[in-house]
Ligand binder design. Structure first.
Ligand code: BGC
Length: 246
């Protein structure tokens, strides 16, 4: 089955049609800059543009950077506050005429990774983190997700701001950190995560996971730590899967 997957991010909105039985994109990926300010009306306008570009009719899966409950966006850490308590699935459906599923961006990327990437056939506690503008997180037990975990917003001891502020890829760029300096922050963060959750496997995703050889070795925890395999496409693939699996 072929389904349109869309990944809404702080800087770009990306979409492609996915064969959800193989986990492969069947079209090129279309990326459009996220409008600034990233208010619902303008972002939904971009989603509509993507749907029209592919001349698509059918179910749409959308990954969004916030907590999603029953199609409503409950938080909006890196997008406009107008998304707070906003009936996103309903509004996108109205604008496109398609049936719409909306899930947290890290959750849907993780669903893609668990089905077709580094988490395939892995049981136990698997945690997936996307390092980007924010820190996205997802948690699975024996292949079943606990939706909407927000572990990027954890406060570590003696810190006045959350982990995302110190350890996201945005923090690395903002403070011009070397790989070693950033690696030391990631090490602290993941040691803390390990103390709290004892995962068996940690998968690191997000655009920066392409450069995993520069920083992954700084993360010294008991759990196995591996890079994501679907890289930039995980969010699109997982969103498309979500639209059908719900
Ligand atoms: C948001 C999460 C999101 C993550 C990655 C965080 O700031 O709270 O919901 O998954 O950024 O986009």
């Amino acid at each position: 089955m072929e389904v349109l997957g869309i990944d809404v991010g702080g800087s770009g909105v990306k979409g492609a049609i996915v064969n959800i039985d193989t986990g492969e994109l069947v079209t090129n990926r279309l990326r459009i800059e996220t409008p600034q300010p990233s208010k619902p009306d303008s972002v939904i306008g971009v989603i509509k543009e993507i749907v029209n570009h592919f001349n698509y009719q059918g179910p749409i899966g959308v990954g969004f950077p916030g907590v999603i409950m029953n199609g409503v966006t409950m938080t909006a850490a890196n997008v406009d506050d107008e998304w707070l308590n906003y009936p996103a699935a309903e509004a996108i459906s109205k604008a496109t005429g398609c049936q719409v599923y909306v899930g947290n961006d890290a959750d849907v990327a993780a669903i893609g990774e668990m089905r077709y990437g580094a988490g395939r056939n892995v049981d136990g506690v698997v945690m997936i983190f996307t390092l980007g503008t924010g820190i996205g997180s997802a948690m699975f037990l024996n292949g079943h997700i606990v939706p909407n975990v927000e572990i990027g917003h954890i406060y570590q001891r003696n810190r006045k701001l959350d982990a995302e502020y110190f350890a996201s890829d945005r923090a690395r760029k903002r403070e011009d950190l070397s790989w070693k300096e950033w690696g030391a922050r990631l090490d602290k963060y993941f040691k803390y995560i390990e103390m709290l959750f004892s995962p068996d496997l940690i998968i690191i995703g997000g655009g920066i996971s392409k450069k995993h050889d520069k920083f992954l070795h700084y993360i010294q925890v008991r759990a196995k730590v591996v890079p994501a395999q679907l890289l930039n496409e995980a969010g699109i693939i997982g969103a498309a899967i979500g639209a059908v699996d719900r």
